[in-house]
Unconditional design. Sequence first.
Length: 445
Amino acid sequence: MDPYLGYEIALVVVLLYAAVVYALYRTGHLGPDRPLSLFGPALMLKTQRGRSALDRWGRFKRFWTAAGDLGIALSVVSMATIIGLLVFGAIASFRLTPAQAPSVSEAVGLPGINPIIPIGYGIVAIVVGIVLHELCHGVMARSQGIGVKSLGILWFVVPVGAFVEQDDAEMLAASRRKRDRVAAAGVLANFALTVVFFALLSGLVASSVAPNADGIGIQSVQSGMPAANATLVPGDIITSFNGTATTTWSNFQAAEAKTTPGETVPIVFYSASLGHTVSTTVVLATNPNNKTRGFLGVAVLGLTPPELKQVLVWPAGSDQGAVVGTVYWLILPLGGLEPVGGSTSGFFHLTGPLAALGSGNFWILANMLYWLAWMNLLLGLSNTLPLVPLDGGLLFRDFAASIAARFRRAWSAARIDQFAGRAVTVSSLLVLVLLVWQFLVPRLL
């Protein structure tokens, strides 16, 4: 079979899409005032339908005004946080070798490009996040008396999101506070969705998932090594090694470090296939990284099954502290622990009414909730970057204008607007530099 068949099919599909778009352009079906127009390479399918729904939802003006003010506050905190992370990353890049430097694909939060985002879960999550993000923009705009010209979907080979097209003239004529509420509404929606989907995942896992044992979960077993000879397989859980209870990853590492090649040691593990605990002995091999140490021949999880459940249910309750637990929740994909599947799902059994779903269906649902929360958090944070044309760019421009109006009272409105435009241009360039910095610097030093 052709190893490049998938890429070839994708190329053909993209070329067909480009041909259709070109044909629409040549026949006059594309244009700013037509139902079809372009937004970069994406096709915008516009409609006026749904505007009455935005009016109905936006009539609760006090609620949406308060929500918009909350969104502005959250956006300020988020903007400071993500800029701080970018600065930290730029400083840390001086200590990275070229091999350790992140790839460009790792910085792009798109499924199919970023290697840690699964394409199926990722596409569903990003479409849901973008659609509700844009919908909230539209509702907030109507609540603030700003018109909506159209709404619809963005199509690039497949549907990739949605949009709400505000009336640009009314946006510019509105006060800065009203305009900022509209800009921050999408960010607020993404953060709210993060909380909702996290809570659903937490309740789902808390009520339906139980670890098979308290120990170290085996991800893989090397063929011909002692673990394989002792019939350990991925999905089994080591509960004791050489007389040491392996209730943490560090306990297991410390116990293995005290052994020597050829030593016979006792091992206790929960067998996923047998459904009960097994006690046996193994003759250790030589550790390839340290010839004086024994070697079992397994790759294990950094988190025990109970620890993984704790992170999914309430990371702030981690034994290692709220901050560490939260970081664990965020980087589960980097550790190969999300989406949960294969041998990882074998570390648990289901309880309660949802056990009737079966392990496969249950974990599809749980994984979907995780990625919905994770992608909405990513969308919320990234949209607060002070970068044109993101929501954060508009917010930063108005923040700069507000500061200038407060401290430069003699300036005219035109000069304040000019200052704000330059400020957001500078901030956009600085963000781009910080984004590129961490990829280039380690490769140049």
